[in-house]
Design a protein around this ligand. Structure first.
Ligand code: DGT
Ligand code: CA
Ligand code: CA
Ligand code: ZN
Length: 578
């Protein structure tokens, strides 16, 4: 089990203990351990084997037990029995914004409210306003939170979906009889949020039952919602639904293509087949009825490439399958060669423990090197971001000294001195020009005053963009997926200006953000704006989020040359005039 999932479970344990009314120190210990885990650079499996978990500062006896259970068996009895001691509706209540464990605990123990529906009913009747520690305003916020919960409850961030999917496929891969297996649906298309997970497997008929049982009996399955000959559906412990389809190996390319979608893309491919006198579904090509002079049916289809070729198209990468021009482009063989994770040679916009990151400069550099990268851009917060321990000018100087010292020791690797400088409400930057000039590069971002009008927000960011020291804009819209929409902003105007001024815009690769949105990425690239895929990492493991950003870049039709951080170290140094 990976660290992220273990950290989530520790967090949940902390919250559930709080719900139980346990000593706050105890629950805080679990939350702290969850946070610490991200910064652990050693392999957890090795630490467990050597009995060294306890040597990590902040990991006590009970946290160590849970971690070691999870690492060795994938399950923790302590966690599971704690979970089972609450009605399932409690977990949904905890997801409602503005309703922490304390209030949920009060509502559950004193009011016997144990589901979102019951909570909504009570709030609508005005029963919450008079409760101790609640009030009219809280009641209104809870109703708002419930409305938000309802619109977002059925969607998940891509990292959650991907982790959940990989747990299943890792197991299925080891089941005898599995011939081919791929993730399909929105996960394969690298959408920014995911409804459910779709998996397609090929196998001989005689092996299907065994594979289905391995799926429905997987430890991460909470309940089975459908069990059939070729398709089963389950709800996973993360709350996400997962569909598995098992087909014969000759049907596999058709099933994979169909269940990858998108629906709109499928419709287009089907109509191309139709023009040739064929009908196309998830099992194959067949002769369409009532067509006078059909073309001969394609005989050997082994792969999706073969399907596309049969209907007169070049291969369409899954990320592009949204019916946004990819079919027309494939017909004329003018699809872009998309950037891949292998093209990435470093990244910008990473935080360290100078501001609100968890790891040191040296640890972040080592993690970047371990990914095979040639450089890493540091961009800690600026001074106005007090909540994030933003750096003042003196601490910037100190950090630069430390970076110089580290760089002196590296061979073929460089840390770049950057900042994520706040764009103040009036469009000024949080550092003056002479301080900004001391950085190798500058990311400018909005972190406050989200409530400006569209015109004011656009003016604010435009002013920052025009500062000659600004290299790139960070998380342009400020959206938090499934939580908060971006602030009102004329993105087109900003992108046009970035093109004119030769400024970069980032794809913030954090799975909560994925901002710039891929639809706008495509526009930006058409305008000639250079894109930087940045993880906004606050911990060493955060660097790996770059892959979600690369997915978004691909959805935005980005080629290698459209992405700043596919350039070599030399290329970056010359771009930044260093
Ligand atoms: P999601 O799960 O909401 O994030 O998005 P998808 O795209 O994974 O959608 P899902 O899981 O409902 O279905 C998986 C794929 O199956 C979908 O992308 C296209 C295909 N599909 C499902 N239903 C239909 C349909 O009624 N017509 C066509 N043409 N394709 C469908
Ligand atoms: Ca799906
Ligand atoms: Ca599905
Ligand atoms: Zn930021």
């Amino acid at each position: 089990m990976d660290k992220g999932r273990i950290a989530d479970i520790l967090d949940e344990v902390g919250t559930l203990l709080e719900l139980k009314g346990e000593n706050p120190f105890k629950s805080r210990a679990f939350h702290n351990a969850a946070r610490l885990l991200g910064g652990v650079t050693e392999d957890l499996g090795v630490l467990v084997k050597e009995g060294k978990l306890r040597s990590i500062k902040g990991i006590g006896e009970s946290t160590a037990k849970i971690i070691s259970d999870l690492v060795t068996t994938g399950e923790s009895p302590d966690h599971q029995s704690l979970r089972k001691s609450f009605p399932p509706g409690i977990f949904d209540m905890l997801k409602i914004q503005g309703l922490g464990p304390k209030k949920v605990s009060f509502l559950f123990t004193k009011m016997k409210i144990a589901s979102v529906d019951a909570l909504e009913a009570a709030a609508k009747k005005g029963e919450l306003a008079s409760l101790e520690g609640f009030g009219k305003k809280t009641e209104e916020n809870i109703l708002l939170g419930i409305a938000q919960f309802r619109t977002h409850a059925s969607k998940f961030h891509i990292n959650i979906a991907e982790h959940a999917a990989h747990r299943i496929t890792e197991t299925l891969r080891t089941v005898p009889g599995v011939i081919r297996m791929e993730l399909a649906g929105s996960v394969r298309r690298r959408k920014e949020t995911i409804g459910d997970i779709d998996i397609v497997v090929s196998a001989k008929r005689s092996d299907v039952q065994r594979i289905m049982s391995a799926f429905t009996g997987h430890p991460s399955v909470e309940r089975v919602t459908g069990e059939g000959e070729t398709k089963s559906s389950v709800v996973l412990d993360s709350g996400i639904n997962c569909d598995l389809r098992i087909v014969s190996d000759s049907e596999f390319p058709f099933a994979l293509n169909y269940f990858t979608g998108s629906k709109d893309h499928n419709v287009r491919i089907r109509s191309l087949a139709r023009e040739r006198g064929w009908s196309l579904n998830e099992y194959g090509f067949t002769a369409a009825e009532g067509v006078k002079k059909p073309k001969p049916l394609p005989r050997t289809i082994r792969s999706e490439e073969d399907i596309y070729k049969a209907v007169g198209l070049s291969y369409v990468e899954p990320e592009l399958r949204e019916d946004l021009g990819e079919v027309e482009a494939a017909a004329e063989d003018r699809l872009p060669e998309l950037v891949t994770m292998k093209d990435i040679r470093g990244t910008f916009h990473c935080h360290t423990n100078y501001s609100d990151g968890q790891n040191t400069l040296a640890e972040m550099a080592a993690a970047a090197q371990a990914m095979g990268w040639e450089y890493l851009g540091i961009a800690d917060h600026s001074k106005v971001a007090a909540y994030a321990n933003g750096l003042n000018e003196a601490r910037v100087k100190k950090q630069h000294k430390e970076i110089d010292a580290l760089n002196a020791k590296f061979k073929g690797f460089r840390l770049f001195k950057g900042t994520e400088v706040d764009i103040l409400p009036n469009g000024d930057l949080d550092f003056n020009d002479s301080t900004l000039a001391t950085f190798d590069y500058v990311v400018a971002s909005v972190h406050s005053s989200f409530k400006l009008s569209e015109a004011d927000m656009t003016k604010r960011i435009m002013k920052a963009l025009k500062n000659k020291h600004v290299t790139m804009l960070g998380h342009l819209t400020g959206r938090l997926l499934l939580e908060r929409d971006g602030y009102p902003l004329n993105q087109t105007e900003i992108i046009n200006a970035a093109a004119d001024l030769g400024k970069i815009i980032e794809i913030n690769a954090h799975p909560m953000r994925l901002d710039l949105d891929w639809r706008m990425v495509r526009y930006a690239v058409q305008k000639g704006v250079l894109i930087s895929v940045n993880p906004d990492a606050h911990v060493v493991t955060g660097l790996q989020d770059v892959k979600y950003g690369v997915g978004i870049a691909r959805k935005g039709w980005c080629r290698k040359k459209d992405i700043l951080n596919t350039r070599t170290l030399k290329g970056i140094e010359s771009y930044l005039k260093l």
